[in-house]
Ligand binder design. Structure first.
Ligand SMILES: C[S@@+](CC[C@H](N)C(=O)[O-])C[C@H]1O[C@@H](n2cnc3c(N)ncnc32)[C@H](O)[C@@H]1O
Length: 294
């Protein structure tokens, strides 16, 4: 693809290209691409429509546009994704954080803002660290929360650590490589998790941008999509303090099965929250008794 040379003309051409690629917000994304490659703020790019961009910048934008037309998400091209107002680094080993996951963050903040100092948070399957680091940043003022992020992927954890440094949170977080809560003892006020929950026979039919760019470890929830929940629900009995809360992202059609599973795991104080589209998205479990609430 050949782009023109001036800012305004490049912006129009990129917008057309993004629209052709089926992107939802082409004008916004064209501005984002220019800001990434030319280092211009939104205001600068509006104020200087006749600015001629350097040849190497135009070349890079042409390659990016080709990649978008071939189906590559912008987040994978630039290695970052905005989540709760912060730009998180992502890698081929991390899930590309989804806007849906902000529902879990929203509920966590509503439950714990103003709860007092010393909150201890555990994030199982932390990936880029987007959930845990957002909570630590947002709960910074009063609570001075601290947390542990667990993942089976060492490479994902490296990205989470980079993000902790990026947001000046490294002194309040520890990242541990392991299988869910296996290597941890308890004492958490809040356990959050967005585990892999896609049933394995669904995976071949997922959109190409998911199948091709999100790591399989972040997607595959076993034969029925519930494999990780089965393990983690049992671990909650020792991970959570009495009175502690666990919040899980769930698939839109998994609420009933997971309510049943949490009951079978000894937790009866459970509820489901809907996302902004009205779909079941978060399962909330409260530990009310010292040894699970049987
Ligand atoms: C759906 S992704 C969620 C990532 C991130 N929390 C987010 O919301 O964007 C699930 C994460 O669980 C991790 N994972 C998969 N199996 C695991 C296991 N047995 N123990 C710990 N983490 C695991 C994956 O590597 C992946 O980072």
């Amino acid at each position: 693809m050949k782009l023109p040379q001036t800012l305004k003309a490049i912006s129009v051409a990129l917008e057309q290209c993004l629209r052709r690629a089926g992107v939802d917000t082409p004008a916004q994304d064209a501005r984002y691409m220019i800001s990434k490659r030319a280092g211009l703020t939104w205001a600068q790019s509006i104020a200087s429509p006749d600015l001629v961009l350097a040849a190497d910048v135009i070349k890079a934008l042409e390659q990016d546009a080709e990649a978008v037309l071939a189906g590559k998400p912008l987040s994978r091209i630039y290695g970052e994704r905005a989540f709760w107002g912060r730009d998180f680094a992502i890698s081929e080993h991390t899930l590309d954080p989804r806007a849906d996951t902000e529902t879990l963050v929203d509920i966590s903040l509503k439950r714990f803002s103003g709860a007092g100092a010393g909150l201890n948070i555990l994030d199982l399957g932390t990936g880029s660290g987007c959930i845990l680091l957002t909570l630590l940043a947002e709960l910074a003022e009063i609570e001075k929360a601290h947390g542990v992020g667990v993942d089976l992927s060492q490479s994902a954890l490296q990205t989470a650590r980079d993000n902790a440094i990026r947001f000046a949170l490294a002194d309040r977080v520890a990242f541990v490589c392991g299988h869910w809560g296996d290597s941890l003892s308890g004492g958490f006020d809040l356990v959050v998790s967005n585990p892999p929950y896609i049933a394995n026979q669904i995976i071949p039919g997922l959109a190409e941008k998911v199948r091709k760019y999100d790591p399989i470890l972040a997607l595959n929830g076993g034969d029925d999509g519930l494999k990780a929940y089965r393990i983690i629900f049992l671990q909650l009995a020792y991970l959570l303090k009495t009175g502690g809360l666990a919040l899980f992202e769930i698939g839109y059609d998994q609420a009933e099965a997971l309510m049943r599973l949490s009951g079978e795991s000894g937790f009866h104080n459970t509820r489901v929250h809907l996302d902004s589209g009205g779909l079941p998205r978060v399962l909330e479990i409260t530990r009310t008794e010292p040894s699970g609430d049987k």
